[in-house]
Design a protein around this ligand. Structure first.
Ligand SMILES: Nc1ncnc2c1ncn2[C@@H]1O[C@H](COP(=O)(O)OP(=O)(O)OP(=O)(O)O)[C@@H](O)[C@H]1O
Length: 826
């Protein structure tokens, strides 16, 4: 009989060849480890017919023997191996029977016992190896099955359960932030009363969401708000940074304190219907607390990689694993744990640091997090990033490095475990470059994984790993930074990049895959075939931390604060209608908008010109207010959308604030224009107040024009494109008013004119002023029916402006969608 004795931690067992043994941190494994470096399902030991075979399941930190990493190993007497680390990982040794006393290893570890579990394993269970100290937290995998047996496998984070909670049958255990809950989770991402568990007398467990703001997740999928669901031991429940799992009559809690592994497997991005590959089979894995630098020549796919890693634009093939959980399928839950600092500022730089962070916190924390709690977190982050001395300065008064720190501070508010940065040091001098990289180093050391795309190679030595992208979107190197130049055989990065340029056709990826570094640092992540990701963008988009109204309110206040801080904008906004109004008064029109000369048989064509200037002035002012508004905030919008901002709340905030500005402008313009003029004798709806009636038309026209400005702003690629479009639209509107030449009754022309707010706006004021009569159309029998001096016509004109506005709002919502992370589009 091929008996073999396994020794571990001073204990030994005789292996039974009729069965196999699983090794890992999974409490269900036969040999349970709590060492952070051991993977959830690390390896299997089985009788292979001729001898014992140990097979590594693509563990993050590997299985080692004599300093060599092994995928498969024939174990016999004298074999010694370490898990997770070649030198001091948990050590297993094998001896022949008789060489050591041993018991028989049980078929199953009897209890999924975690590091701090008070539950005592039965005496037959092997002691739990504990080469590393139990760490304060971590969280389990999703329980998601997959090839490679990594259902719930985790990388190398400390995965001891943070706490075990016992249920009382028939009683409800409420979970939430408030102290009066049975299970208190002190996490600002958790609602005061978040969810509750009920252990029913028939032995079933029911979970109920209590209308939580950030949602309750079962296996990564959000439950319906106030929904109920039966829970089994294979389910993983996500609440804020905590993950729960049923173990017998207890609930195991794991807290994600940031020490999570992260890996990419076979990430490939194709565009043009698969014709072009811009990211080519990228795989790498990093343990927790890592700082990873991503470098590569321009166009090598760094930004594409970043978007794929963050879920902003999921890869066409491959998967991103956040502690072995598929980020794409669990995006709704995991997005709260990811911070992204894009290259551009994601804060309004006109605002003081503290105010900007407080407003951002309002948008990111659940609606039931009080002001004091939010502000306390802002102060914490300000202190952590040493920004407190600058807290009251406007962001645009800070240095480049300080500004970057503010962007990082914003992302730290919600305590993400993973932080991605896109070229944070671009445009910074070498000193600031170092400051920022040192800051990132500190963030990683404090228990986060930080991945930074950078053009600057000077401070790469601070990284734990560097990923070098090759032209074509593949990996040219992944490993320690100090071995990278040696790997390429050059003395400087400039030489490496020149080589990329000069030998574009060289198989850089092939070279990498054939290398020792690949086997040491990436083969692991590569080992498993990627599972197809089934995106659930709808569900991701549904979870909003605050109510729609609360979001609008925060956004409106922020927008007003930004406007108030921009004195130049305010001055221009007021000057524009004043100047346009004054210009209209210059037009020589002795009878203004009155019937004056009609008595002498002549028309008052000047009235048409006055109204034309008034209408086009308002069209211009309304659109000009809005035309840059969305494009200039696009990066901020994209980021905030990913953390739960409502698209319609965002648009509504713009409409409300810009609408107010436009109304003020409309009233000023109309007042100045009408004040020195003779006015129509009577209105059609407000018979005694034709000026009020016309002012209403002008302000509604202004709002419609503003909506057109927003459409332009949502559709253009760069803000430089807005001005030519604005001018073009204003000129086109000028032509189609019907004043310069008659459009009524001209097939084709008339229908095109229906699309022009200026046509309806002029018709509205023209209806009040009886423009058909003033301009002599009636006398010539060529009346424009939209100008008729009748209440119904006036209502139709104004109503059509409203209809165009609503149409524009739909268009803006549609176009905004294109600028959102793909997983948030609904
Ligand atoms: N939607 C797309 N359609 C076609 N090609 C694209 C698309 N998006 C990106 N590319 C191309 O893919 C390549 C990689 O682009 P990416 O922006 O990721 O490179 P990068 O390394 O970040 O470059 P840089 O350092 O200049 O920012 C580039 O050649 C780019 O032109």
């Amino acid at each position: 009989m091929p008996d073999l004795v396994l020794e571990l931690n001073g204990q030994s067992w005789t292996l039974d060849p009729t069965r196999s043994y699983t090794l890992g941190r999974d409490p269900q494994a036969d040999l349970v480890f709590t060492d952070a470096r051991v993977s959830w399902r690390h390896a299997t030991l089985r009788w292979g017919g001729e001898g014992w075979v140990l097979e590594d399941h693509g563990s993050t930190n590997g299985t080692w023997t004599h300093g060599q990493r092994v995928q498969q190993l024939h174990a016999g007497p004298g074999t010694v191996l370490n898990l997770g680390n070649a030198e001091d990982g948990p050590r297993l040794s094998f001896t022949a029977v008789g060489a050591a006393p041993g018991g028989v290893l049980p078929r199953q570890a009897p209890q999924p016992v975690a590091a701090v579990s008070p539950a005592t394993p039965p005496s037959t269970a092997p002691p739990m190896p504990s080469a590393g100290p139990p760490a304060p937290g971590g969280f389990p995998g999703s329980g998601e099955p997959g090839p490679g047996g990594d259902a719930g496998e985790e990388g190398s984070g400390p995965r001891g359960a943070t706490a075990l909670h016992r249920f009382d049958i028939g009683r409800v255990t409420r979970i939430g932030r408030a102290l009066e809950n049975e299970l208190v989770v002190p996490d600002l991402q958790v609602s005061r009363y978040h969810a509750e568990f009920l252990a029913t007398p028939d032995g079933r467990f029911e979970l109920r969401d209590l209308g939580s703001h950030n949602g309750t997740y079962v296996n990564g999928q959000p439950m319906d708000r106030n929904g109920r669901q039966l829970i089994t031991p294979s389910d993983t429940i996500g609440i804020g940074h905590s993950t729960f799992r049923l173990v017998g009559d207890r609930l195991e809690e794991f807290v994600d304190t940031g020490e999570v592994s992260f890996s990419a497997r076979h990430l490939t991005v194709q565009v043009n219907d698969g014709a072009l590959t811009i990211l080519d089979d990228v795989s790498f894995g990093v343990p927790e607390k890592s700082l990873v630098g991503v470098i590569g020549p321009s166009g090598s796919g760094k930004s594409t990689l970043l978007r794929a890693l963050t879920g902003y634009r999921p890869a066409t093939h491959g998967e991103v694993l956040y502690d072995q959980r598929n980020l794409y399928t669990h995006f709704a839950e995991l997005r709260h744990r990811i911070g992204l600092v894009p290259q551009d500022d994601i804060l309004h730089t006109a605002l003081p640091v503290r105010q900007a962070l407080r407003l951002a916190a309002e948008l990111r924390f659940p609606g039931d997090v009080g002001k004091a709690e939010r502000n306390a977190r802002v102060e914490e982050v300000l202190a952590e990033l040493k920004l407190d001395p600058h807290a009251d300065k406007r962001i645009n008064q800070l240095s480049g490095g300080q500004r970057k720190r503010v962007s990082v501070a914003l992302e730290l508010l919600t305590k993400p475990s993973l932080i991605f940065l896109d070229e944070p040091t671009s445009g910074l001098d070498p000193g600031m470059d170092r400051d920022v990289m040192q800051l990132l180093r500190r963030l990683a050391d404090d228990g986060r994984t930080v991945l930074v795309v950078t053009h600057s190679v000077a401070e790469l030595g601070l990284c734990d790993r560097v990923l070098v992208m090759a032209p074509g979107g593949g990996v040219a190197y992944f490993g320690p930074p100090d071995e990278a130049l040696n790997f390429f055989g050059y003395d400087s990065w400039a030489d490496v990049f020149s080589a990329f340029e000069n030998y574009r056709d060289h198989d850089w990826m092939g070279r990498w895959r054939g290398s020792r570094h690949y086997r040491m640092y990436a083969a692991d992540a590569d080992a498993d075939l990627a599972r197809p990701a089934h995106l659930q963008p709808l569900r991701a988009a549904q979870q909003k931390a605050q109510s729609w109204g609360a979001q609008v309110w925060t956004l409106v206040r922020r927008y007003l604060a930004v406007i108030a801080s921009d004195k130049g904008f305010m001055a221009l906004t007021l000057a524009l209608p004043i100047i346009l109004g004054l210009v209209s008064t210059v037009i020589p029109a002795p009878h203004g908008l009155g019937y004056g000369p009609l008595e002498r048989g002549r028309g008052n064509g000047d009235a048409g010109i006055i109204l034309l200037i008034l209408v086009i002035g308002m069209c211009f002012a309304g659109s000009a207010n809005a035309v840059r508004e969305l494009i200039k905030e696009r990066v901020i919008y994209e980021r905030e959308r990913a953390v739960g901002l409502s698209r319609s709340a965002y648009l509504m905030s713009k409409v409300l604030v810009l609408g107010m500005v436009t109304i003020v402008q409309g009233v000023i313009l109309a007042l100045i224009c009408f004040a020195p003029r003779e006015l129509p004798e009577q209105g059609v709806l407000f018979v005694e107040s034709p000026a009020v009636e016309m002012t209403i038309v002008i302000t509604v026209l202004g709002i419609t024009s503003m909506m057109i400005g927003l459409v332009i702003s949502s559709v253009v690629r760069t803000s430089e494109m807005t001005m030519p479009l604005l001018v073009m639209i204003c000129v086109v509107q000028l032509v189609f008013t019907g004043v310069l030449f008659q459009v009524a009754g001209k097939p084709g022309l008339e229908q095109v004119a229906w699309l022009m707010p200026s046509r309806w706006g002029l018709a509205g004021v023209g209806s009040t002023a009886d423009l058909n009569t003033l301009m002599g159309h009636r006398q010539r029998g060529e009346t424009d029916r939209l100008w008729d001096h009748e209440a119904a016509v006036w209502i139709l004109d104004v109503g059509m402006l409203a209809v165009i506005s609503v149409g524009c709002a739909f268009l803006v919502l549609r176009f905004l969608r294109r600028h959102e992370p793909e997983v948030m589009r609904d």
